[in-house]
Design a protein around this ligand. Structure first.
Ligand code: HEM
Length: 510
């Protein structure tokens, strides 16, 4: 009996100590640590909205976003920074170019000062690695190229570079042209009528990345894209929701159940494509072909798993079309609003290609169209911000940053900074890029960052630019684009910066 009582007492006291330690850990995480970090940063001149228990500043951020993005803009103004990232815009004004805000108990240093942005993104010692994806975002991208780190990233990046470098891109041009032709075939039904182009470009860019990188057609990948789109919406609507530790063990939300199903569904579809490819007779040198080759590597250390292949396919499906879709749709809007630039671009296209298909040599010489795309990427930067983190205490400029600080770098803020671009910063003026990006940015390499900067720069940069030039050239060869009166100017951030109600134009046959 006494032994039994002793065991019960021992168990009860162990449980008590466990609960006590967990509680102390929790209090440290959600109160003591945030207060300590806030104090540390304020002592170095970094201010910001005060930490609020558990939620940090997420409630304020959500309400600011709801207010600005809840209604359409009165006119077609390109001054979209205060609307898309209202907290960054107003807090940078209030607290300075670099300020501290809180995502729940997670400290986040917002950096908009060009010198510091350069120092972070250009760092090659892994002082500022990518953040660890969690929850929904992890289901969307897995541990693919855009989120992996260290040796795994280096190996996959080398592999991707070999597929997406300029010479390989030339071989992808015919597939890009075929995809645009398929889209334009359908557009014949819309001549002198209204068409919504965002959805058109979503299909086009999905088709192009499927054909060129993964050797399948849009129809084969359609299921994957549909599921990825649903997952993107889930990620987006949960972006500012704070998850309290342990809760998901007992209570799973509808989004959690749905995202799990979608994650599994995407994996199954990718495995199907892989199996089909493995049993096919032809060996291909596209991205999927290279991944499959690495899956069979005789050196065990270099071999990659089916999970790795799935993650890369998801990453490229996602990264390869969400961004390009937005970029193309915004460029069409700008061309429809600024008819004089549409004429200039069309004249250039006709001069180089006449009514023939675009060719590699001509694509490289499309100067005006390049300027227009660059100005569109500046004003309506599809990726408005990127994140990094501090793993070990580090010196950034004159600041000492504590471990586990998240860094939030907003390209949109830099692209809309009048100190960098001048008083006409919100106007569409492609001539800024006439002498190239270096001149346009006054030799400030981080003033224009649509594709990021440093070792993690977009691996699909040249792919995206080639795709955009081909699609726009072929559209301009055939149509004059007139903005439809039904268009509503409402840029929103759903992961990327996109037109909330699409872009409606009237297609006038040339
Ligand atoms: C207009 C189109 C595009 C824009 C604006 C864009 C933007 C970006 C940005 C800003 C980054 C850097 C993210 C960071 O530093 O955290 C990035 C990375 C990446 N992009 Fe793109 N992208 C575009 C098109 C593409 C395309 C077409 C592909 C695929 C073919 C692609 C694949 C990737 C991948 C895999 C990464 C991760 C690279 C790494 O971490 O090594 N992107 N992109």
């Amino acid at each position: 009996m006494t032994i039994l009582v002793s065991i019960v007492i021992l168990l009860a006291s162990s449980l008590f100590i466990y609960i006590l330690l967990t509680l102390i850990g929790l209090i440290k995480k959600v109160w003591l640590n945030p207060i300590r970090v806030q104090h540390l940063m304020r002592s170095q001149g970094i201010n910001g909205p005060s930490y609020r228990f558990l939620h940090g500043n997420t409630k304020e951020i959500i309400s600011m976003k709801r207010e600005t993005m809840g209604k359409a803009m009165d006119e077609i103004s390109h001054d979209i920074f205060p609307r898309v990232l209202p907290h960054v815009h107003s807090w940078a004004k209030l607290y300075g170019a670099n300020f501290l805000n809180w995502y729940g108990p997670q400290a986040q240093l917002v950096v908009t000062e060009a010198e510091l942005v350069k120092e972070i993104l250009n760092n090659k010692d892994e002082n500022y690695p990518k953040i660890d994806l969690e929850g929904y975002a992890k289901k969307l991208l897995g541990d693919g190229l855009s989120s992996s780190k260290g040796q795994k990233w280096a190996r996959m990046r080398k592999l991707a570079n070999s597929v997406f470098h300029a010479e390989s891109l030339k071989n992808m041009i015919p597939a890009m042209i075929t995809s645009v032709e398929t889209m334009l075939e359908k557009w014949k039904e819309y001549e002198d009528k209204e068409i919504e182009v965002f959805e058109e470009f979503r299909i086009l860019t999905s088709e192009i990345i499927s054909r060129t990188a993964l050797g399948s057609s849009y129809m084969e990948g359609k299921n994957i894209f549909d599921m990825l789109m649903k997952l993107t919406l889930i990620v987006s609507r949960n972006a500012h929701k704070i998850k309290f530790p342990g809760i998901s063990l007992f209570l799973r939300s509808k989004d959690e159940i749905e995202s799990e199903k979608l994650g599994q569904g995407i994996r199954d579809c990718v495995v199907q494509i892989i199996t089909k490819r493995e049993t096919g007779e032809t060996f291909r040198t596209d991205f999927l072909g290279k991944l499959l080759e690495a899956n069979q590597d005789t050196d065990e250390r270099k071999r990659i798993s089916v999970e790795d292949i799935t993650d890369e396919c998801k990453t490229f499906y996602f990264a390869g079309h969400e961004t390009s879709t937005s970029s193309l749709a915004w460029t069409i809007l700008l061309l429809s609003v600024h008819q004089e630039w549409q004429d200039k671009a069309r004249n250039e296209v006709i001069e180089l290609f006449g009514q023939s298909k675009p060719n590699p040599d001509g694509i490289a010489r499309l100067k005006i169209l390049t300027m227009i795309i660059e100005e569109s990427l500046r004003l309506y930067c599809p990726v408005p911000a990127i994140k990094r983190k501090v793993e070990k205490e580090v010196k950034l400029g004159k600041l000492t940053l504590p471990p586990q600080t998240e860094l939030y770098i907003s390209q949109l803020a830099l692209h809309h900074d009048p100190n960098i671009w001048g008083e006409d910063v919100h106007l569409f003026r492609p001539e800024r890029f006439e002498q190239g990006i270096v001149k346009a940015t006054n030799n400030n390499p981080v003033a224009f960052l649509p594709f990021g900067f440093g070792p993690r720069t977009c691996v699909g940069l040249n792919f995206a630019m080639t795709e955009a030039k081909i699609a726009l050239s072929m559209i301009l060869q055939r149509y004059r684009l007139i903005l439809s009166p039904t268009y509503i100017h409402s840029p929103v951030q759903v992961f990327m910066v996109r037109p909330q109600h699409g872009v409606q134009v009237i297609l006038q046959k040339i």
